[in-house]
Design a protein around this ligand. Structure first.
Ligand SMILES: O=P(O)(O)OC[C@H]1O[C@H](OP(=O)(O)OP(=O)(O)O)[C@H](O)[C@@H]1O
Ligand SMILES: NC(=O)CC[C@H](N)C(=O)O
Ligand SMILES: [Mg+2]
Length: 506
């Protein structure tokens, strides 16, 4: 996942973009970038690291302008190199800066086509740079010096026809405005907001509504799947559906893990959906484990807390915070590399022994992906004196790779791949293990917006919504994104960007 933001304002926007990115940090911890437009010039600062580490006062001072976009990255294609940090930039036509959340599933074919037909060079292995060049190539057909809303919608319509996969995009075009669009299935989220100031109306797009709240923009609505939004430099808003057969099929993993609980995505409160997950799983536990002697329900911070509290309520059991989270360590699942993820679990979570000693505990997590967290946490619970350790996952078994912007490219990495529940329980050393049923998960989320008929659930059932994923493709991404190739060599990660004027360390 990644976080994207874009603002067309009436005064300086850098601080609002920064603030928006800080509340989207949970979507990407690897790199961050902001580009602003001031007097026909882009100002860019991007680098590896957390938002607070990438932007210092000296950078912020130089990010001048009333219009700009930002990105925080969690790589799902290419490497973690700073050269693949976003926004990306091309100088023609007009000058375009571009930020993308998602993952293209036909990048392989497009790469060749972009060179053959458009004579464009892609300098990284990032699918986002590719997508920018496809967008730029389509925009090239505009013959006027000013881009109209009609032109923009024509461009996005053509882009939709060419690319497949998941994409929520924001692009800043110099002298014109900001364009944002969402893939025809709406796999990745994108929200639109407005702020009324004394100087006039300002518009903002962001991956999650929480970014709008924080910056003081009022949520207007989600950008619809397939829809394009064009906010002109002078602040006029134009929107149009640009996909032939749009369908709202958001990624269900946003609700399980990715999104912040205080966000609303496609009319669904992420928090309420998690409470519903807790209720459904609690009911399943009551039915299937009626004879189990659970003393206490303990969440594995941070994402599972809302689910665990509701499980405790449903089972009429005490809920205790048995683990303390080190607030200075980020999310482990989105860290690059298994070694780093593994090390970070113990650094991040520590047990309060008194909550475990002599008790039968039910540990709750939102999901078990590679089993990195669950295995270590169960060990910690036992070291702290727990008698029995049961484990519940608010999501079903994850058995299929993700191809839409979550870095799970290899089925072999998934602990549930090719294993039955008893085998998984053995591996993580749980005395009992229970998963949410897929239908219950879908119902828990859908309860908040029954108009949504389908969710993107491929990691659980292998049904890929774009219908273009076959075994060959899965094998290819497995090799391309093997653990080694995902990590940029240190030297490369520290190199400066060989591109447009970037505000480097002074
Ligand atoms: O089975 P695994 O491969 O360990 O992945 C699943 C775990 O990773 C995530 O936590 P993370 O530490 O990323 O973030 P959180 O603090 O938001 O829960 C998720 O909430 C699970 O705890
Ligand atoms: N998680 C994402 O949305 C990643 C965006 C893009 N595919 C990248 O790797 O940079
Ligand atoms: Mg977690």
């Amino acid at each position: 996942m990644c976080g994207i933001v874009g603002i067309v304002g009436k005064s300086q926007v850098a601080q609002s973009l920064y603030d928006g990115l800080t509340v989207l940090q949970h979507r990407g911890q690897d790199a961050a970038g902001i580009i602003t437009i001031d007097e026909n010039r882009f100002n860019l600062r991007k680098a590896n690291g957390l938002v607070r580490d990438v932007f210092h006062t000296r950078h912020m001072k130089r990010l001048t302008g009333n219009m700009g976009i930002g990105h925080c990255r969690y790589p799902t294609a290419g490497t973690s190199s700073s050269a693949e940090a976003q926004p990306f930039y091309v100088n023609s036509p007009f000058g375009i800066a571009f930020a993308h959340n998602g993952n293209l599933t036909n990048a392989h074919e497009l790469q060749e086509e972009v060179f053959r037909i458009a004579r464009r060079h892609i300098n990284t292995s990032s699918d986002s740079e590719l997508l920018l060049n496809i967008f730029a190539h389509e925009l090239q057909s505009c013959t006027e010096l000013t881009v109209s809303a009609k032109d923009v919608f024509k461009v996005v319509t053509s882009v939709h026809k060419k690319i497949r996969g998941a994409y929520a995009v924001v692009a800043a075009i110099i002298g014109q405005g900001i364009v944002a669009f969402r893939d025809p299935h709406g796999i990745r989220p994108l929200a639109l907001g407005k702020r009324v100031t004394e100087m006039g109306e300002e518009y903002m797009v962001a991956s999650e509504s929480v970014a709008l709240d924080t910056v003081g923009f009022k949520f207007i609505r989600d950008v619809a799947p397939g829809e394009a939004v064009f906010i002109t430099e002078s602040g006029e808003l134009h929107t149009q559906q640009c996909a032939e057969q749009p369908s709202t099929s958001p990624c269900i993993f946003e609700f399980v893990y990715f999104a912040r609980p205080d966000s609303f995505i496609d009319g669904i409160s992420v928090y309420a959906s998690r409470v519903n997950m807790g209720r459904k799983l609690g009911e399943k536990i009551a039915k299937e484990w009626a004879d189990l002697d659970i003393d206490v329900v303990i969440p594995i911070p941070e994402t599972s807390s809302d689910v665990a509290l509701q499980i405790a309520t449903t089972l009429n059991l005490p809920y205790r915070q048995g683990f303390v989270k080190n607030r200075y360590i980020g999310r482990t699942f989105i860290m690059p590399g298994q070694t780093m993820r593994k090390k970070s679990v113990r650094r991040k979570l520590n047990a309060i022994s008194s909550e475990f000693r002599g008790k039968n505990v039910l540990l709750v997590d939102d999901s078990i992906v590679r089993g990195t967290t669950s295995g270590q946490i169960i060990e910690m619970a036992r070291e702290s004196g727990a008698k029995k350790v049961y484990f519940a996952s608010a999501a079903p078994e994850i058995r299929f790779p993700n191809v839409y912007g979550i870095d799970m490219p290899s089925a072999n990495e998934l602990i549930a791949y090719g294993r039955e529940i008893e085998q998984i329980a053995d591996l993580i050393q749980a005395d009992g293990l229970i998963f949410q049923d897929i239908q219950d998960l879908v119902d828990a989320v859908r309860e908040e917006n029954p108009d949504i008929k389908r969710f993107e659930t491929s990691v659980f059932d292998g049904n890929y919504i774009t219908a273009d994923i076959d075994q060959d493709y899965l094998e290819r991404i497995d090799i391309a994104r093997g653990e080694k190739s995902r990590q940029a060599p240190v030297v490369q990660a520290e190199l400066s960007n060989l591109e447009m004027h970037n505000i480097e360390e002074l």
